[in-house]
Design a protein around this ligand. Structure first.
Ligand code: UTP
Length: 224
């Protein structure tokens, strides 16, 4: 299978400890023995801190995004360091470069590519572009809920949902300021148009990613 895994910066670099990166690298290396694997890393807390400093200094939003992209790429570099020879040596700057790198038989690890989006969208476009069989979104929530579970105790987790339902939920969430959306709207729309099977799961435990590849997980499956 061709698999794209998006690992949120908030889970991958939650405490910036080498062991954390090693644990993800072990799982990714294992999955790559039988599958073609692409990883997209998020920026996490560091990205948010850098962006907030830049914003307070009066920097425009597009430049803040470029700063965020640098941070996502730094996390990608750390994961590449943990993967050693098994990974392509640097994060590709765009999708064509990522595809070319994968043809060398290496695990490809990349961060953001362009302002105005997040790495959720990068992973969805990459999945579409390389013809992925599966997109895994390993994040800090354990699936897609009817509303933000951090704010609403009555929120119910979907075991399975259609891409159309995902778009609907994300639109409702994104319209509320400060809301925590499971994936960004652009990613949801790409998932909808390509109908890529997607799993949103709790990425805090690296093993959950392996379990999802094996069809056993407690996240949300998005499929027609
Ligand atoms: P993330 O994908 O990490 O955003 O990108 P996030 O929603 O904060 O994700 P978590 O918390 O790690 O799950 C960090 C920032 O980098 C910029 C955006 O500003 C984003 O908020 N970015 C990232 C881009 O502008 N373009 C990209 O392609 C990727």
């Amino acid at each position: 299978m061709k698999i794209v895994v998006s690992i949120g910066g908030s889970v991958l670099a939650r405490d910036l400890k080498p062991l954390n990166f090693k644990n993800y690298a072990d799982v990714i290396r294992y999955i790559s023995k039988k599958n073609i694997v692409f990883i997209v890393t998020g920026g996490g807390k560091a990205a948010r801190e850098y962006i907030s400093v830049a914003r307070e200094l009066g920097t425009d939003e597009a430049t803040c995004d470029l700063i965020g992209i640098e941070l996502t790429r730094l996390n990608a570099r750390l994961l590449i360091a943990a993967l050693g020879e098994d990974a392509y040596f640097e994060p590709p700057l765009n999708y064509t470069e990522a595809k070319r790198a994968s043809l060398m038989g290496k695990i490809v690890v990349m961060g953001g590519v362009t302002p105005g989006q997040t790495t959720d969208a990068v992973s969805a476009v990459l999945a579409e572009y390389i013809g992925a069989d599966l997109l895994i979104n390993a994040t800090s929530i354990d699936g897609v809920y009817t509303s933000d579970p951090k704010k609403n105790k009555d929120a119910i987790k979907f075991e399975k949902m259609t891409p159309e339902q995902l778009v609907e939920i994300v639109m409702k969430t994104e319209m509320k300021a400060g809301a925590n959306s499971p994936v960004d709207l652009l990613a949801a729309k790409i998932i909808e148009r390509s109908n890529i099977e997607t799993i949103v799961l709790n990425g805090e435990i690296p093993r959950n990613i392996l379990e999802a590849v094996n069809g056993k997980h407690k996240g949300t499956v998005i499929k027609k």
